[in-house]
Design a protein around this ligand. Sequence first.
Ligand code: Z5A
Length: 215
Amino acid sequence: MERGVLITFEGTEGSGKSTQINRLADRLRCTGHTVRMLREPGGTPIGEEIRHTLQHSENNRAMTPETELLLLNASRAQLVREIIRPALHQGEIVLCDRFYDSTLVYQGYGRGLDLVAVKAVIDYAVGDTRPNLTLLLHVPLDVSETRRLARQSTASVQRDRMEEAGRAFFERVERGYRALAAEEPDRIKWIDATQNLEAVEATIGSLVEPWLRVG
Ligand code: Z5A
């Protein structure tokens, strides 16, 4: 039986997912919880190789949406079995930077793949391993773009194929997130991530609190 908690973070680029996962993990560890931080695609040696293929490899320019869907879910199937299930079994709090909602919105709504087919692939990859809580950090597209450009100007950034889609793609992604949040309001919590870091952190803290069991 699984005793842990799986919390996933979703949202467009630059919405503050990594920042808030780090803050939450620090806070939870200070209060005695065992926390596992993961990211998708990736999170295992196999998954990180898939991530490189999907995002950074010079050989990925001809990748089709179907290949993208299958690679993302190959990475996910590995992550679920190698890390997430054992961690939940040990009673850990698993914080995952993106999970299958990203596939629904990016490959389903964004790339336009058939949502029934996308869901079938996801079901095969994750089985009954589902998030207990999903924190959807929302920023408007302009904010997302501004934060990405600011990062690009300060860091040595690798080319990322996933960022090469046009604005219409990201508008469809945004619509996808709105649709998912409306479909599953108990699991998916919509958070205004244009607030300052501390305000977003406080909102996240209050949403996570009911899921905490010291173990
Ligand atoms: N993808 C997919 O298509 N299908 C899937 O199934 C999965 C993924 C799982 C992964 O990208 C790509 O894969 C992603 C979707 C696709 N592509 N896109 N486009 P990634 O992992 O490389 O990156 P990301 O997930 O898009 O996140 P990110 O760009 O790293 O951003 P973030 O983690 O959400 O934000 P951050 O790094 O914490 O913050 C960004 C900046 O904003 C930083 O300078 C912060 O200091 C600043 N920030 C954060 N919060 C605030 C607030 N509240 N105020 C002001 N400034 C802030």
